[in-house]
Design a protein. Structure first.
Length: 112
């Protein structure tokens, strides 16, 4: 069983939810008239987060990709976790196992 500290789990979840918009955040920051040294560090961190999620996503099985996509990337706000599991034709336990395995891989890729 994979166990991740709750705060780390929530942070990784936030990174995955924001993943599709990372390039947009970077562009907005770079075009800001107040762009500074702190922003450079933030952009570097965002790029590292994006690379980590992208690498793990690309190396994951199709089943795991479907879970992450349905839960975070293209989430239907009207579906519960049970609804997502049903639409993917898997059990709730399998859904959580695949999600947690993905999160653990992202955590390792980020060096946490």
């Amino acid at each position: 069983m994979i166990i991740i500290n709750r705060s780390v789990f929530l942070h990784i979840e936030h990174i995955i939810v924001e993943y599709p918009r990372i390039d947009e955040f970077i562009e907005i920051s770079q075009n800001s008239p107040y762009f500074g040294r702190d922003d450079e560090q933030r952009i570097l961190t965002l790029k590292q987060h994006k690379a980590a999620v992208q690498d793990v996503f690309n190396q994951s099985s199709d089943d795991t990709r479907q879970v992450i996509d349905a839960l975070y990337l293209n989430r239907d706000p009207n579906k519960t976790v049970d609804g997502v599991a049903m639409s993917l034709h898997i059990s709730r336990t399998t859904l959580f196992y695949r999600r947690n395995k993905f999160f653990e891989s992202v955590r390792k890729r980020l060096g946490w």
